[in-house]
Design a binder for this molecule. Structure first.
Ligand SMILES: C[S@@+](CC[C@H](N)C(=O)[O-])C[C@H]1O[C@@H](n2cnc3c(N)ncnc32)[C@H](O)[C@@H]1O
Length: 218
């Protein structure tokens, strides 16, 4: 996948993945992340997700990373914030309303940026990446977080031959293979969501599942 792919999607406003409501699985399962309560929560590949607002309302301090400045600026503008902006070497750091976003490449993050993170909310990140990048993503995520960090992970699965990604299909088996050596894995829920997602039904999918995992890094 070319580096510009996501930048161009934001420029063309092709953001069908964005949800105008708070993710119901986040609301349902967040209490199970005991380490998360009141602490810094990393939101990788955050887009302009409103879930960061909800996390803030729960008393957490969200810290997003997002490659597109359009996404970051839209997040603050659409939610009525005027962020402070600090330019850095690899990241531009935005902050307002207790929500920080590092604008730059996830793969440039180091332990330093995530030193205070206690939990991770990861929705639609793995499915945004092609297969060869997913191993690199899991490896990098685990390498920059401390042991014991809990991750609420939400992925899509469908017959990959029926549609080209993104979103790419990520099976339960793939999540297990990506994280088996790096984390304890609990499948919290498995939902058939095809009927509620007409845009994927129209693209010819015969099956669409959303899987919600709780990972605890070793
Ligand atoms: C499928 S969207 C999901 C956004 C968000 N998690 C949500 O639930 O709405 C994937 C996002 O990842 C961003 N992205 C892709 N590659 C990235 C990278 N290497 N570093 C940071 N952000 C990236 C894209 O710009 C896009 O906003």
């Amino acid at each position: 996948m070319k580096k510009d792919f996501w930048l161009e999607r934001w420029e063309r406003a092709e953001t069908g993945f964005h949800q105008n409501e708070i993710n119901p699985y986040l609301q349902r399962h967040w209490q199970e992340l005991h380490h998360a309560q009141g602490g810094e929560v990393f939101v990788p590949l955050c887009g302009k997700s409103l879930d960061m607002i909800w996390l803030r309302e729960q008393g957490c301090s969200p810290l997003g990373v997002e490659i597109s400045p359009i996404a970051v600026q839209s997040f603050y503008k659409e939610n009525g914030y005027s962020p402070e902006l600090v330019a850095g070497n690899k990241f531009e750091r935005y902050e307002a309303g207790g929500i920080k976003i590092l604008c730059g490449d996830f793969f440039d993050l180091g332990k330093k940026e995530l030193a205070n993170v206690r939990a991770v909310y990861d929705r639609a990140s793995l499915v945004a990446l092609p297969p060869e990048m997913r191993e690199r993503y899991a490896q990098h995520l685990a390498s920059i977080l401390s042991a014991g960090t809990q991750i609420l992970l939400i992925t899509f699965d469908y017959p990959q031959a029926e549609m080209s990604g993104p979103p790419f299909a990520v099976s339960i088996e793939e999540v297990e293979s990506l994280y088996r050596d790096r984390a304890e894995i609990r499948l919290l829920a498995h939902h058939d969501v095809l009927a509620q997602t007409p845009r994927f039904k129209e693209r010819g999918l015969s099956r669409l599942h959303e899987n919600i995992f709780l990972l605890t890094l070793r």
